[in-house]
Design a binder for this molecule. Structure first.
Ligand code: BEZ
Length: 251
């Protein structure tokens, strides 16, 4: 999915994405000096954390906006513009890492991405990643779908949130040995009084492309926030209903 990202706003208001990613990186147990690809590196913040752990790093992302921001913030890191479903590396690497990226890839393109990861790894190389798991943001998407229908639109779910079983099976079909998998709830605090509407603005872009009227687009987001307030607003803070799928596999 090609999204025009506002890298500045993302870095300022959604830094929790890479902050939570630190725990995923702890699953990497290759030694210092190992080469790690950060697949879907975004603004490069996690790539830099991996570098600070002593890894040699390569950041890969499809978004020119993100890569420009990443190169500006971390000019000493090797960032490459490529799509996760067609990337390649010059030399096989020790590990591929990814945080909060794979749910953006359509289900029918996941196998292409997994084949690229497999090819990029040395024999025995590690694949450590987290994505939105089954049930991720279910309340938000259900409410948006309901309101879209009220306005006469079909809400096309823009993400792929697999179960452990589904994704482990895809990994095995791609040749990987799965060593770790966990699916867990992670209610996630959003910034500011408009936290949920801002989150929808930042992340739920493609369904709104079908809504021609800009007032309708704003009204739908406001209605969703109002309807979800009892469930997702507590003690003056918004929380998104995140569910994570965290896994590790070997080539
Ligand atoms: C996630 O990290 O799970 C996610 C973030 C934004 C949109 C959809 C999913």
């Amino acid at each position: 999915m090609n999204i025009a990202w506002d890298a500045g706003k993302y870095t300022k208001d959604f830094s929790f994405v890479h902050q939570y990613g630190s725990a995923v990186a702890e699953l990497l147990d290759c030694g210092q000096g190992s080469t790690v690809v950060d697949l879907g590196c975004g603004n490069g913040a996690l790539t830099n954390q991996l570098k600070n752990k002593g890894f040699r790093v390569i950041g890969i992302d499809a978004s020119p906006d993100f890569l420009e921001a990443a190169k500006r913030s971390y000019p000493e890191i090797n960032f490459i513009q490529a799509d996760a479903t067609s990337f390649s590396v010059e030399e096989p690497v020790d590990a591929v890492f990814s945080n909060a990226v794979f749910h953006w890839i359509d289900k029918d393109k996941q196998a292409l991405m997994l084949a690229c990861v497999y090819k990029a790894l040395k024999s025995g190389g590690q694949f450590v990643f987290e994505l939105g798991g089954h049930g991720n943001n279910a309340l938000i998407h259900r409410e948006l779908a309901r309101i879209f229908a009220e306005y006469g639109y079909h809400y096309k779910m823009p993400f792929y949130f697999p179960t452990i079983g589904e994704y482990a099976s895809m990994l095995e079909q791609a040749g990987f040995k799965v060593s770790y998998a966990v699916l867990f709830d992670r209610p996630t605090e959003l910034k500011g009084e408009n936290g949920l509407k801002d989150w929808i603005d930042m992340f739920v872009k493609t369904p709104f492309e079908d809504v021609a009227d800009s007032k309708d687009r704003e009204d739908i987001k406001d209605m969703a926030a109002a309807a979800l307030k009892p469930a997702l607003y507590k003690d003056g803070k918004w929380y998104a209903d995140y569910v994570r799928l965290r896994m590790k596999a070997y080539k």
